[in-house]
Design a binder for this molecule. Structure first.
Ligand SMILES: Cc1cc2nc3c(=O)[nH]c(=O)nc-3n(C[C@H](O)[C@H](O)[C@H](O)COP(=O)(O)OP(=O)(O)OC[C@H]3O[C@@H](n4cnc5c(N)ncnc54)[C@H](O)[C@@H]3O)c2cc1C
Length: 394
């Protein structure tokens, strides 16, 4: 069972039903190793990075050494292990998990799912070693929830090359990444295709989005593509329609739902510790029944979200997980998360709104998780379509 020592409290953590016990011994040992590394290397510095709004570039070689890239596809671990690892990263620092979610999930996942064997052999070794960092460019200034049918960035075939024009918004890691996978509409057949773009290519520019109130450590960019020329060898051979792009999103949407689990585990860690330590009316906050109820609500939300994700990971391992099941998981866990972090913030009173006490960052970062990889509403509508046969959006 997930009895932790992260904050020296000898009580059960958010994994109250011991789902971690479903891992193999090897997986559990590895998860504990990663948890200890995050507690030593990431957690103590995460608030400073967040406050500064700067990405800790010096961490990249250290993460490479930890060797956590592509746990399922490359390392052969179960989806449950991959999910619990991602939750653990989020529990330590949501920005760190999002950096990995973009580089490993969206970017590397695009190549693993949509590149040819030759392209994979050429690109993946440096990507897995984190010598090359990537980004994933799908969303646009005018195309968010409707980007599937509304991609405005264009790709025009010109002999052995493609010429890309357009704009992208919100692209994580893109201010410093070496590569970005750009999704663009082929002017000839009107289908959305994927391209590996070297960020040093003339005509490519990325500007940091400033003044965010969530995930401040993650560098999100506005990208402009002005007649960017890429050779046909950089067209991902399996990325020829939005249906192909969706193969990546189905998996990364699961990862974001695991983030919602990690976010709630973090809220529980911080709120429970504070409730036990902080005294009012001469007694610990934890002695008040209303506070206990709030803690138990956070725990119930965490356990139900975790239980849903465990079953979905098992279905994913069996190759049976459906798009709408990922969508429901993303909608459900993020809604529970929003309630959990608000309760946690309330338990810390005024200290809940300053980053020194841990909870404010958890509270603010939850808002990004709620909206990216398909908003709560869009994932609800994807599920609604699956259970009624009626699409409430097109
Ligand atoms: C921190 C962060 C990181 C991101 N990283 C990346 C990245 O690396 N790469 C990338 O490509 N994208 C990225 N995104 C983009 C993200 O996926 C989009 O923000 C998301 O898809 C929503 O699009 P939007 O922000 O344009 O909102 P909009 O689509 O404009 O939606 C606004 C609101 O309207 C609602 N709405 C829209 N249509 C409907 C409808 N039919 N019915 C009911 N409600 C509706 C939405 O649910 C939402 O509440 C990131 C976003 C954030 C905030």
């Amino acid at each position: 069972m997930g009895i932790i020592d992260v904050d020296n409290l000898p009580y059960p953590d958010g994994d109250f039903y011991a789902f971690e016990d479903l891992l193999t011994d090897k997986e559990r040992d590895r998860l504990h190793e990663i948890r200890a590394w995050l507690a030593a290397e990431v957690k103590p510095h995460a608030a400073d990075w967040w406050n500064a709004g700067e990405f800790p570039h010096h961490m990249i070689p250290k993460v490479a050494e930890l060797d956590v890239m592509s746990p399922v596809y490359r390392q052969g671990y179960s989806n449950l292990f991959a999910g619990l690892c991602h939750a653990e990263m989020t529990r330590a620092d949501t920005s760190f998990a999002t950096f990995m979610g973009v580089h490993d999930g969206l970017f590397t996942g695009s190549i693993e799912a949509l590149a040819s064997e030759e392209q994979k052999a050429a690109w993946l070794p440096d990507i897995y070693a984190m010598k090359k960092i990537g980004a994933f460019g799908l969303t646009e200034p005018l195309g968010g929830s409707d980007v599937a049918g509304g991609t405005r960035t264009t790709a025009r075939r010109d002999g052995d090359n493609w010429i890309l024009n357009g704009e992208k918004r919100w692209i994580g890691n893109a201010t410093f990444s070496d590569w970005v996978v750009i999704y663009a509409r082929d002017l000839e057949d009107n289908q959305v295709k994927g391209f590996m773009v070297d960020t040093k290519t003339p005509g490519y520019s990325a500007t940091k989005i400033e003044n965010k109130i969530a995930l401040r450590t993650v560098q999100n960019a506005d990208i402009v593509l002005d007649n960017v020329v890429v050779g046909d060898e950089f067209h991902l051979k399996g990325a020829n329609s939005f249906r192909d792009t969706n193969k990546v999103l189905k998996v990364t949407r699961l990862a974001v739902a695991w983030q919602a689990v990690g976010q709630q585990m973090a809220a529980f860690d911080v709120a429970r510790k504070y409730a036990v330590e902080r005294k009012q009316f001469g007694k610990p906050l934890a002695s008040f029944q209303l506070v206990q109820e709030q803690l138990v609500k956070i725990l119930g939300n965490t356990v139900s979200s975790l239980g849903m994700m465990v079953r979905l990971a098992q279905l994913e391992d069996l190759g049976q997980a459906k798009d709408e099941q990922s969508a429901l998981a993303k909608a459900f866990t993020t809604a529970r998360m929003r309630e959990s972090v608000a309760l946690g913030r309330s338990i810390l009173g005024g200290n809940g709104i300053v980053t020194d006490y841990g909870m404010a960052k958890i509270f603010a970062d939850a808002e990004a998780i709620y909206s990216y990889e398909g908003t709560y509403e869009i994932n609800t509508l994807v599920t609604g379509r699956a259970i009624t046969g009626v699409a409430a959006f097109v």
